[in-house]
Design a protein around this ligand. Structure first.
Ligand code: GLU
Ligand code: ZN
Length: 497
């Protein structure tokens, strides 16, 4: 009996970092489950022992956890289900739907070449030979010679595949290991999957999967572990939806090597899971009637429809994602922002000595930092001047704002004098007013006059608003840093290291 609520599955192969395309696939499956009271199944397709690594399995689990898309069922692991695949292989073999093939790749190529066939593919050579199983022979699945297989796809409509172009594909390797189509279809049947939602790269193998599904149904393969007439017959074919591929700025398929595709790196840079998930939702879909692009998970669950996914490639635009992340950061409650920053402030990666972090100083700066960062990973660089004994001076900033600016010594001296007078009234407002006067005294706009002070005190030309920064840093450290920079300048000394 088919389940009355959808059962979807996310079926990654643990062969590398968790790809943004996989995250998008997981999301669209998760949305269908959440909006229908359905079940989101996680299946690790780890049959390829040579390419799979346990750490990639951990990566999948932790990425799904980070994204807030934990599975309702699973993870199932194909590597633990080989008995089931061998049952299916035996049943298909007994029914005459598989045959043993002794050909090598070179033999097939040579025969194709001699026959003038340029397209690679198996010529059916062993189909009629009746070779026995074993002895390292692969098992091929008999595909029809004529007709077409139609993949009914919710997103693309009916996609037709002529059988002539489909060879008798290998279902079981010479060493007895089941290949993708067989394991994938046996699992979808056994797990009573109703919707197969996956990347468009898998569309070309779907007709083979449909033939496999029909073959298993034809021999009475059941979901309760038996073959033959049973109470749980093979369920009908699932609904198929092949999601559009993701492309880069050049409209080329995202490349694992050239494009930033690993979800882990976004997490580590301080993208927020909600922003990331929101952005993933725009990759091939968008709310109906062009409602806002920023929406909550609940809204996405309400609005999403598989049939509204479009089939043209979706541009994975890191700049847009980053912009959106900044909007999410600014929308956070101040306390939530502070908590979200913790891993960057208190972890080993923080650019100041352990123990020198000052909670009160950070809290004082947090509101202006929150306004300015696009990812949380930028936060330490905005506040490190507060926790380091001497600021970490960026050589380029030093050169431009101090060593290369003839007015810099005069500005530092004037600022020192002005700020000394403010010790009793050390506020951002007073510091602002005093710096304005310094700027006027050297005939500069405020922005230009600030640069030497900013670099002397924070180490960089860009950063948090200067006067708030000085207020939090306090008079002693501010004045010491100005004096230090002034001294180095008059020594003509090098960039401090
Ligand atoms: N394991 C396959 C992959 O990672 C996906 C299988 C599927 O979704 O059907 O490409
Ligand atoms: Zn052969």
């Amino acid at each position: 009996m088919a389940p009355d609520t959808p059962r979807v599955r996310f079926a990654p192969s643990p062969t590398g970092y968790f790809h943004v395309g996989s995250a998008r696939t997981a999301l669209f499956n998760w949305l269908v489950a959440r909006q229908s009271g359905g079940t989101f199944v996680l299946r690790i397709e780890d049959t390829d022992a040579e390419r799979n690594r346990e750490e990639w399995v951990d990566g999948i689990l932790s990425a799904l956890h980070w994204l807030g898309m934990e599975a309702d069922e699973g993870p199932y692991r194909q590597s633990l289900r080989t008995g089931r695949y061998h049952q299916a292989i035996d049943a298909l073999w007994d029914a005459g739907l598989l045959y043993a093939c002794a050909c090598t790749h070179d033999e097939v190529t040579a025969r194709n070449k001699a026959a003038g066939i340029l397209t690679p593919g198996y010529d059916g050579h062993c189909r009629a030979l009746g070779l026995p199983r074993g002895e390292g022979r692969a098992l091929r699945f008999i595909t029809p010679d004529e007709g077409t297989v139609v993949v009914p796809d919710v997103i693309r409509g009916d996609v037709e595949f002529p059988c002539q172009a489909m060879d008798d594909f290998v279902a079981v390797k010479g060493n007895g290991a089941p290949l993708f189509v067989l394991a994938n279809v046996v699992d979808d049947i056994d797990m009573a999957i109703t919707h197969v939602i996956r990347g468009e790269d898998l569309l070309p193998t779907t007709p083979k999967g449909i033939l496999m599904w029909d073959a298993l149904a034809g021999i009475g393969w059941t979901t309760d572990g038996t073959v033959g007439p049973a109470e749980e017959p093979t369920p009908p074919l699932p609904v198929f939806a092949h999601l559009p591929m993701l492309v880069n700025e050049a409209r080329k398929k995202l490349s694992k090597r050239k494009d930033p595709v690993a979800v882990e790196t976004y997490r580590d840079q301080g993208y927020l899971p909600d922003a990331f998930v929101n952005y993933l939702g725009l990759l091939g879909w968008g709310p109906p009637n062009d409602r806002a692009e920023v929406f909550t998970r609940d809204q996405m669950v309400d609005w999403f429809a598989l049939a509204d996914v479009n089939h043209s490639p979706a541009f994975f635009d890191v700049a847009k994602l980053t912009h959106m992340n900044g909007e999410y950061i600014r929308a956070m409650a101040p306390e939530d922002f502070i908590e979200a920053c913790r891993p960057w402030l208190e972890g080993d990666s923080a650019p100041w000595p352990a123990g020198s972090f000052d909670e009160a100083a950070f809290r004082a700066m947090a509101p202006v930092v929150q306004e300015r960062v696009a990812v949380l990973g930028e936060v330490p660089g905005m506040v490190d001047f507060l926790f380091l004994d001497t600021p970490d001076i960026d050589p380029d900033s030093w050169q431009k704002a101090l060593a290369g600016d003839d007015d810099a010594p005069a500005i530092l001296s004037a600022a020192t004098a002005a700020y000394e007078a403010l010790r009793a009234d050390w506020t951002a407002g007073a510091l602002h007013a005093a710096t304005l006067e310094v700027a006027e005294s050297v005939g500069r706009k405020l922005g230009k006059a600030q640069a030497p002070v900013r670099v002397a005190v924070t180490g960089r030309r860009v950063g948090p608003p200067l006067f708030e920064a000085l207020e939090v840093l306090g008079p002693d450290r501010t004045l010491a840093r100005l004096a230090d920079a002034r001294a180095r300048l008059s020594d003509g000394g090098p960039v401090p290291t």
